[in-house]
Ligand binder design. Structure first.
Ligand SMILES: [Mg+2]
Length: 261
């Protein structure tokens, strides 16, 4: 039985700087039906609270416990697997804020036990050098996500994957990747909310992240056509969604149908 919907954010719930019209009401409709919502986003520049505030600014209501962004998921991965290790971040303030909230100590030199790489719009040679030295001394290498580009108002910009690739190429080491299409979000949501893959749906706008995440985890996937992937792209993609809808606003109807079948 369907109990929860995992929702991508950019291109799904909002686009650029504004909400998809009707999205907030639609999300509340789903909650009213008893469906739990989890926002699952690869975005790595804000803390959990930071993403909730960003959504509120667009008129979208979300609770902190519904928010699964890569900064939160990375912090949880570190506290469950590498308790007491210190971290060096190639990442922004939102990442460090989230880590501090989980009592992870962030250091600024090559003494760290873990290097976390995410989108960092002020990356420079010094940060790369410290990251490189730390990993070569044996530190764990974690990437928030592997997206090489991410959508902005007028196209795309270089994403976290570019910084990850830089560290990967000088160290010849592969990172553990937290974000979609890798499966860690599903494991974390399962562990924290006691939900199985048959009880969830993943909804997103990209076949290469959201829909592939569904394929990798065995969670049924829904593609919305309000973001990156267009109807004509589905044919060409190896990652076929289970369902295609125009926008998030068609979700209550689909959820109803799936609950009856
Ligand atoms: Mg998206």
């Amino acid at each position: 039985m369907l109990k929860a919907v995992l929702l991508d954010l950019d291109g799904t719930v909002y686009r650029g700087k504004s909400a998809i019209p009707g999205a907030d009401e639609t999300l509340q409709k789903l909650r009213d039906k008893g469906i739990r919502l989890f926002f699952v986003t690869n975005a790595a520049t804000r803390s959990r609270v930071g993403v909730v505030e960003k959504l509120a600014g667009m008129g979208i209501h979300a609770k902190e416990e519904e928010m699964y962004c890569t900064t939160y998921a990375t912090a949880r991965y570190i506290t469950s697997n590498f308790k007491d290790k210190t971290v060096f971040c190639i990442g922004e303030k939102g990442m460090k804020d989230e880590f501090k909230k989980h009592e992870i100590s962030v250091v600024e030199d090559d003494s760290a036990g873990i290097v976390v790489v995410g989108l960092d719009r002020t990356i420079d040679y010094d940060k790369l050098s410290v990251g490189y030295k730390t990993i070569m001394k044996g530190a764990e290498f974690i990437a928030t996500n592997g997206d090489v580009v991410y959508p902005v108002e007028d196209g795309f910009l270089p994403g976290a994957g570019v910084m990850v690739a830089a560290v990967e190429s000088c160290t010849s080491k592969k990172p553990f990747i937290i974000g979609k299409p890798e499966i860690y979000f599903a494991e974390l949501i399962h562990a924290e909310n006691k939900l199985d893959k048959e009880e969830m749906l993943i909804v997103g706008d990209r076949t290469d992240t959201d829909i592939r995440f569904g394929r990798n985890t065995g969670i049924k996937s829904v593609l919305v056509l309000t973001g990156v992937t267009k109807k004509e792209d589905i044919e060409k993609s190896n990652d076929k969604p289970d369902y295609v809808i125009e926008s998030v606003n068609e979700l209550p109807e689909l959820v109803e149908k799936l609950s009856l079948s």
